[in-house]
Design a protein around this ligand. Sequence first.
Ligand SMILES: [Zn+2]
Length: 380
Amino acid sequence: MIIRLRDFCRARRDWLLETIEALVRLESPTFDKAAVDRCGAALAARLAAIGGRVTTLPREDRGNHLRVEFGGGESQVLVLGHFDTVWPVGQLDRMPLTRKNGRLYGPGVFDMKAGIAIGMLAARALLEDDGNIGALSHRIVMLWTTDEEIGSQTSRQAIEQEARRSRAVLVLEPSLPGGALKTARKGCGGYELVVRGVPAHAGIEPHKGASAVQEVAHQILRINAMQDLSRGILVNVVKVTAGLRSNVIPDEARAHVDVRAPSAAAAAEVDAALRALTPVDSRTTVEASGAFDRPPLERTEAVVGLYRRAREIARELGHDLQEGETGGGSDGNFTAAIGVPTLDGLGAVGDGAHALHEHVEIDALPDRAALIAGLIQRIE
Ligand SMILES: [Zn+2]
């Protein structure tokens, strides 16, 4: 069965490449709703053309999300991804769509337009191939969203709602180097520390002032010391703003803190530590606000079970499928955190997400689609 799926997918390699290239050509930076919607409309037409029942989930400030259903069946498997990218319109001129040395280069190709096309081919394999027709017991629901790159504020609810109805969630985000799946992702978030001091003339009576800049310097050292690499806890002040004029003891400073943690418990620990910060200079005040906006994707039994199944299928395809973890978050963090078995990094094999050398390995694409099709079929 799996070999049939593979042969079906390999025979449609050109269709796959053409689909990926069409999506990459329609540049879709998260903040440009008009551009994202142009890409979404083309994607919707292509999904409908292969038998998908497409619903548009309209959004005012962001691009419209797409929900697509394939097949029937009582139970549901959710296939998840996004078509927004980090690249501005015009990036194609600087990173032209190029096939070279077995690779396809272009903005957003790896993260994650190739993943979308792979998912589409997997659905085709399950629905069109003679030997597999009727073998699909689950309904496939795909959610292709438009704001993953900025935290998924307008899609999270739909993602969680759809995940709750699903037996499993397959996230077609880029793989780790060499094709490995992501069975653990850190939770991540951002905090802002606001420090308030007392302003005073820096030349006439500086002793009457309490410097927010000096205080934030103390706090930055404390915050960065919360980092614990051995436990996978990352805490870093990444942006500081303070001071207004050259002759005034500054009365306000702000520090933005990037936080990452491998477990819900570790995230709670970081949250508590940031909120418990107290001033060194008692004339100043410090206050931290913020949250982990993506919970960790923890390597639970449910996640491992799904990975083992995928590895088994990959072996039948002749591949050694590894697993690994990453510090970056995805929408898989949401679905795993509510307890739905989630497997991430099932998308393209390649390198350079958010980087100028972004590319996918062309030869690996069809088998990746076969892997996803086989996995959907074998989910219980
Ligand atoms: Zn992505």
